[in-house]
Design a protein around this ligand. Structure first.
Ligand code: FEO
Length: 166
C-alpha cells in the first residue's frame, strides 16, 4: 500500500498526465486547422499515450490498495503562434513532466515504496524517449526553416506514426 505522501503525489501525477493528454488534444486541433494532418495525427497519438500513462498510475494505485482522487484539470491553450512554437511548447511541457516524475521517484525512495520505484523507473525511461523524440522533430523543423515543402515532408513523416511508437 502506498504511503500517504506517495499516494497524494501519484494522484497529482495522474492529473498531470491527463492534463498532458488535454494539451496535446488542443495541439492536434491547431494542426488540423492549419492543414497539417500528419502533425495532428502525431498529437492525437500523443494524446492517447498520455491517457495510457494516467491509466498506468491509476491501475497501480488500485492494485496496491491506494485511494484514487481525481482532480480538476487546467484549461489547455487554444491559441498557438506557429507549428514550431507548438512543438517547442510540447518539449517544455515534457521537461516539466520529467521533473515531476523525478521528484515522485525521489519521494518513493525516501518513503521506501519499492513497488512505486519499479513503476517510476519505467516512467523515467519513457520521459527520456519523449523528450528525445520531440527534440528531434524540433531540430528537423529548424533545419527546413521557412520552407513550406520541408514542413510538408515532416508532416508526411509524422503522419506515419503508429500506436506504441514515440
Ligand atoms: Fe506522460 Fe509525456 O508525459
Amino acid at each position: 500500500m502506498p504511503t500517504k505522501a506517495v499516494e497524494a503525489a501519484i494522484n497529482d501525477q495522474i492529473a498531470m498526465e491527463l492534463e498532458s493528454a488535454y494539451i496535446y488534444l488542443a495541439m492536434a486541433a491547431y494542426f488540423d486547422e492549419h492543414n497539417l494532418p500528419g502533425f495532428s495525427h502525431w498529437m492525437r497519438m500523443q494524446h492517447l499515450e498520455e491517457q495510457a500513462h494516467a491509466m498506468k498510475l491509476f491501475d497501480f494505485m488500485l492494485d496496491n490498495g491506494g485511494h484514487v482522487v481525481l482532480k480538476a484539470l487546467g484549461k489547455p491553450p487554444s491559441q498557438f503562434k506557429s507549428p514550431l512554437q507548438v512543438m517547442k511548447q510540447s518539449l517544455k511541457h515534457e521537461q516539466k513532466v520529467t521533473t515531476a516524475i523525478t521528484n515522485l521517484y525521489e519521494l518513493s525512495v525516501e518513503e521506501k515504496d519499492y513497488p512505486a520505484q519499479i513503476l517510476l523507473q519505467w516512467f523515467i525511461s519513457e520521459q527520456t524517449e519523449e523528450e528525445k523524440t520531440v527534440s528531434d522533430i524540433i531540430a528537423q523543423m529548424q533545419l527546413v526553416g521557412d520552407s513550406g515543402s520541408g514542413l510538408l515532408l515532416i508532416d508526411q513523416q509524422l503522419g506515419g506514426r503508429t500506436e506504441g511508437e514515440e
